[in-house]
Design a protein around this ligand. Structure first.
Ligand code: SF4
Length: 460
């Protein structure tokens, strides 16, 4: 049994009170990042202090991901490393890998607390309880369907506000519905509270995030949709909201009502991530996706009609079982003609527990990993060309950038990463400032636009 000692803890200056330190590490998606930060915020409220990952601490919190076999391997490594580097600390794991691979974790990895998906909202209380008792708490907490207060961040320039969790789609390749359970939406009033808290903390950009945000339903009988949340959140521009983004949204859920709400709103940043997964209708059908390629094309055309400079991104999986050569050739041709700009490419990774995992052994031809990798390589060449074309279109434009991190990097509204020279005429560009820059030249290798700050006093 671990017993974190008072020795080594930090004493609050002059107060005689010992601060309990927690460090955290997040693997995976933005939703995970949002959830980790929500847990940290709750722990801070309970008197804990967050320290950088790797520093001495009493508690290590790991938010895990199981989207691919590679993600699983990374989680195992991070858990082992955390145990090795902090043998005295309480080791807490949460997230999709922890949920789906819980038996393996309990059997072979040394952890002190595994937080189940249903218990996520009370993570901080469970951790605190464990810490106080210096022992273990039940692995199985009571079940709840609430997703609690929308989790947000004061640890980033951009705040991710969770509005939705879970998924009922059960796409054939995807483990997420198994890891995160059925859909739950955060009530609009709670979302507004979360966004207001971020604004009060000085945050200028908010990203509404969730597993499948287009399936947002709240209010009586679920009549309130994503367009309703967005409309309400946009009213907060009068309270300091400067930029609003949407996280990934399923193409079949991009409604006219949503686009109408977003249209003409300067606060909305025109970047859409629409997971495509395959441009072959045959493969989309095998994947159990809820649209066909033409539907996707129509959504993209509609978005570009509303927002001509929108940055559009997609996910593509190569080598899904049953993706024959002819399907891939058809898909790559179609993608080459699509006006989209950002690509996340993955070779198919079979996840035990999904339909696709079973398909491999059935009548669907397994695509050899070498072939899947080759297909990813061909798609990468196309992805570079598309990105470059988009960059060419934007080159020379003056755009507002919210500077992050050390203060000379940030993103354009349509999600191109920008970097100003550190030794530019203005030597330090402040983090969390929104400043106009002229996009000078695109560095394809680093995927960054080099840019010059525009002095507001100069007419260009
Ligand atoms: S929509 Fe499909 S891919 Fe996305 S989380 Fe749900 S099941 Fe997974």
């Amino acid at each position: 049994m671990l017993s974190p000692s008072v020795e080594g803890q930090e004493r609050e200056k002059g107060s005689g009170v010992y601060m309990r330190r927690v460090s955290y590490f997040t693997l995976g998606c933005r939703l995970n990042a949002s959830e980790s930060e929500g847990v940290m915020r709750d722990l801070v409220a309970l008197g804990y202090r967050v320290v950088p990952f790797g520093k001495a601490c009493e508690i290590v919190f790991l938010q895990t991901c199981t989207v691919t076999a590679q993600a699983d391997a990374s989680c195992r490594n991070v858990i082992r490393r955390a145990k090795r580097d902090h043998p005295e600390a309480l080791l807490v794991v949460s997230g999709c890998f922890a949920e789906v691979q819980r038996d393996e974790i309990r059997a072979s990895l040394e952890i002190d607390l595994l937080i189940r998906a249903e218990e996520k909202e009370k993570s901080a209380r469970l951790i605190d309880k464990l810490y106080r008792e210096r022992g273990t708490v039940s692995f199985e907490g009571e079940k709840t369907q609430s997703i609690g207060e929308a989790a947000t961040s004061k640890f980033r320039t951009r705040a991710f506000v969770k509005i939705h969790d879970g998924c009922n789609y059960f796409c054939a390749y995807c483990i997420v519905p198994h890891a995160r359970g059925r859909v739950r939406s955060t009530e609009i009033a709670e979302v507004i509270v979360s966004v207001r808290r971020e604004l009060a903390a000085g945050v200028k950009e908010v990203v509404l995030t969730g597993v499948n945000i287009g399936e947002y339903r709240s209010g009586d009988g679920g009549r309130l949709r994503l367009s309703d949340v967005v409309r309400e959140v946009l009213t907060l521009k009068h309270e300091g909201l400067r930029r609003l983004r949407l996280s990934s949204i399923e193409p079949n859920t991009v409604s006219d009502a949503l686009l109408e709400v977003l249209k003409g709103e300067e606060t909305f940043l025109p970047h859409f991530h629409l997971p495509l997964q395959s441009a072959s209708d045959h493969v989309l059908s095998l994947m159990g996706r809820r649209y066909r390629f033409q539907d996707y094309e129509r959504v993209v055309a509609k978005i570009l009609n509303f927002f001509p400079d929108a940055g559009i991104g997609c996910d593509l999986i190569a080598g899904f079982p049953g993706e024959e050569e002819e399907h891939f050739e058809e898909a790559i041709k179609r993608v080459s003609e699509l006006p989209i700009h950002f690509f996340h490419l993955f070779p198919f990774s079979p996840r035990p527990g999904t339909k696709a995992f079973e398909m491999i052994d059935q009548r669907y031809k397994h695509v050899h990993k070498r072939i899947a990798d080759e297909r990813v390589k061909r798609l990468s060449v196309l992805a570079e060309e598309k990105l470059l074309k988009f960059a060419e279109k934007m080159q020379g434009r003056v755009v507002p950038v919210l500077f992050e991190g050390k203060g000379n990097r940030g993103y354009t509204p349509n999600y191109l990463e920008v970097e100003c020279d550190a030794d530019a005429d203005i030597d330090v560009v402040n983090a969390n400032e929104i400043l106009d820059v002229r996009l000078r030249e695109f560095d394809l290798e680093r995927r960054v636009f080099r840019a010059d700050r525009i002095d507001p006093g100069i007419c260009h």
